[in-house]
Design a protein around this ligand. Structure first.
Ligand SMILES: [Zn+2]
Length: 391
């Protein structure tokens, strides 16, 4: 049997200022497609490198290399930094070839396994893909993973309550993905969130994550994908508007007055038309001689749902979030933009950083500085959520 409800926590603490009550929009009360929590396993599988030609691997301690049937193929005390690649004959680590399509590496010491110079706990698997590319998947404890993500997603100097709110959001998102992708090789990848393994951890963050250990948010008894982003720019977005997920109250969007002092509240960026055209072509969207780009169907926070690209040969529409990811999420800060053609460039100006759904991290930090608790913060950005302890 799983989890006991925590009604005292789920009620949350009302915000002190009436005018800051989240704006709630009428939404369906019985979401479909959400995944109930039913999995007690305490580990998560994370794709840390996907479709690579090669990676650098080192183990700074005693280790074992096994195949996917757990047969030990090699063990040693130290593996010097080596290039890992795959070819028709198997997986190569340095000069040695293992005639298998998957290897599992375990170390007895946390942080001893380094992949591309980033330290990871527990163990990693290396697997050969049909195109002779390499996948590297870490299997780690959820609480350690949450700590690593919190330290990668938020500056370490931010306030405790912001870190605790982020921890609950990360754990909820992780548990949701773990259930939704339970039969897949991995549950999460680096498109989902920022994660730098143990490099994101610190003793203080571990203590803060421990304060909320096992707590996740639910709605109508179901765990949901508790998205988070850097800065919303004034109003968070409805999940259905950005990701086409079913809309539910906790992900329906709220007014946010807390991120206006962020450096990402307003931004401008000139991007070369030829760069955009190449990135579109690389994803099989054939456009040339772009004339204009505009967002369509803006949401509560002005993030476009779709983008129209007018070019010499006609026009195309695509999902705004897809367009942003394709151009580069660190280049095109958000989809709440207007764009003007300016010679060889498109001049973008917009609001916020990230997709705009769920927790606004800069808003969370401002709330923490104003004295709000982590429960206030998650109840603000995920209205009507109910906390549940899953372990
Ligand atoms: Zn915000």
């Amino acid at each position: 049997m799983f989890a006991a409800l925590l009604p005292a926590l789920s009620a949350g603490v009302p915000l002190s200022c009436q005018k800051e009550t989240p704006v709630q929009h009428e939404k369906p009360q019985a979401p479909r497609g959400f995944v109930p929590i039913a999995d007690k396993e305490s580990t998560v599988r994370v794709l840390i490198v996907g479709s690579a030609q090669d990676v650098l691997l080192a183990v700074n301690g005693s280790y074992q290399i096994a195949d996917n049937a757990s047969n030990i193929l090699e063990q040693g005390q130290l593996l010097a930094r080596s290039k890992v690649s795959v070819d028709y004959s198997g997986i190569r680590i340095g000069g040695k070839c293992y005639k298998v399509n998957e290897l599992r590496i375990k170390s007895t010491r946390d942080g001893a396994i380094e992949v591309n110079n980033v330290p990871y706990r527990g163990g990693v698997s290396l697997s050969q893909q049909p195109d002779n590319k390499l996948f590297v998947i870490e299997e780690t404890e959820i609480e350690d993973f949450v700590t690593g993500v919190v330290g990668s997603e938020m500056p370490h100097l931010w306030n405790d309550e912001a870190h605790c709110a982020q921890a609950v959001a990360v754990r909820t998102y992780t548990m949701y993905k773990k259930k939704a992708r339970r039969s897949e090789k991995y549950h999460l990848d680096m498109q989902d969130l920022a994660y730098r393994g143990m490099a994101g951890e610190s003793p203080r963050l571990s203590d803060l994550v421990l304060k909320t250990k096992g707590l996740v948010m639910t709605y109508n008894g179901n765990i949901f994908p508790a998205y988070f982003h850097s800065a919303c720019g004034g109003h968070t977005e409805d999940v259905s508007h950005v990701f086409r997920d079913e809309s539910i109250l906790p992900l329906s969007g709220v007014l946010c007055k807390y991120c206006s002092n962020s450096k990402y509240a307003k931004w401008k960026r000139d991007i070369s038309k030829s760069v955009i055209e190449k990135k579109l072509r690389d994803s099989n969207v054939a456009v040339s001689n772009i004339r204009s780009i505009k967002t369509l169907d803006p949401g509560y926070g002005n993030h476009g749902s779709r983008v129209e690209i007018v070019y010499a040969g006609g026009s195309k529409e695509m999902g705004a979030n897809d367009f942003r990811l394709l151009v580069g999420p660190n280049i095109l800060c958000s989809t709440a933009f207007s764009a003007k053609s300016s010679g060889n460039n498109i001049a973008f100006s917009g609001n916020g950083w990230g997709h705009g759904v769920g927790l606004c991290q800069h808003g969370a930090q401002t709330m923490a500085k104003k004295g709000f608790k982590w429960s206030d913060i998650i109840n603000y950005y995920y209205p009507k959520n109910e906390l549940m302890r899953v372990y």
